[in-house]
Design a protein around this ligand. Structure first.
Ligand SMILES: Cc1cc2nc3c(=O)[nH]c(=O)nc-3n(C[C@H](O)[C@H](O)[C@H](O)COP(=O)(O)O)c2cc1C
Length: 210
């Protein structure tokens, strides 16, 4: 199964060297992301690439500030301690040479207009919306991005743990496109140190053949 080695060699990378990344490489990685499948080929993604180290640091500080503001309102001391402690996992991108913010745009699931037209129940509409194809498109693109980065010798880390500061990050970055919102971010850089991933659930647990 050597041909699948790219998949098995991708790891979440949380430490990076200071090596810069040529713009051509960044473009190649983003291009690979756009070759992911998307429902009705809507390509409802937008990638905001930040290469300014100061801006990356400022985004980390925005997350820290929001973390502190939220923690302050907690009365449960244990929850407060944990939330505060884990802020470093929400800001681990700060030392990377590049930060990619992934924005998600709208996508209307097939059948939604029909259900609305026939006054379908909220439950039926909820069942249609629950698989969230808009975000499935984003997931496909991000996985492509990460595999391309791996192939080119770079590391990434899918991050949603800073999303509680998404509004503040969005307004700092200033990127606007109708209906688009920040869905995740990933650092991009040359990995520093050994790479490994946690183990996976056994196939028998996660696969059912009928
Ligand atoms: C939707 C999603 C959100 C994630 N958010 C974070 C995050 O905020 N911080 C982090 O360090 N890793 C995050 N990860 C990475 C996972 O922890 C990682 O993929 C998982 O532990 C498996 O490790 P591997 O990527 O090395 O195979 C996220 C991954 C996904 C798919």
């Amino acid at each position: 199964m050597n041909e699948l080695s790219l998949i098995y060699n991708r790891h979440s990378v949380r430490k990076f060297t200071n090596d810069p990344i040529p713009t051509e490489h960044i473009k190649e990685i983003i291009k690979a992301a756009t070759y992911a499948p998307s429902g009705k080929n809507v390509q409802n993604w937008h990638f905001v690439v930040i290469t300014d180290k100061n801006k990356i640091e400022e985004i980390a500080q925005i997350v820290e500030k929001k973390n502190a503001q939220l923690a302050e309102q907690l009365t449960d001391e244990n929850m407060k301690k944990n939330f505060t402690k884990f802020v470093r996992f929400s800001t681990l991108f700060r030392k990377a040479p590049v930060l990619i913010l992934v924005y998600a745009g709208p996508y209307t699931p097939t059948g939604l207009d029909v259900l609305q037209q026939i006054n379908a129940s909220n439950e039926e509409i909820h069942t249609l919306l629950r698989p969230n194809p808009a975000i499935q498109n984003i997931g496909a693109a991000v996985q492509n991005l990460m595999l391309a980065a791996t192939q080119m010798g770079y590391g990434t880390c899918w991050m949603t743990s800073s999303n509680y500061a998404a509004k503040e990050i969005e307004s700092f970055v200033g990127f606007e496109k109708e209906g688009y919102f920040l869905s995740l971010l990933t650092p991009l850089g040359v990995p520093d140190g050994e790479l490994k991933s946690p183990s996976r659930k056994p196939i028998e647990e996660i696969m059912t053949i009928i």
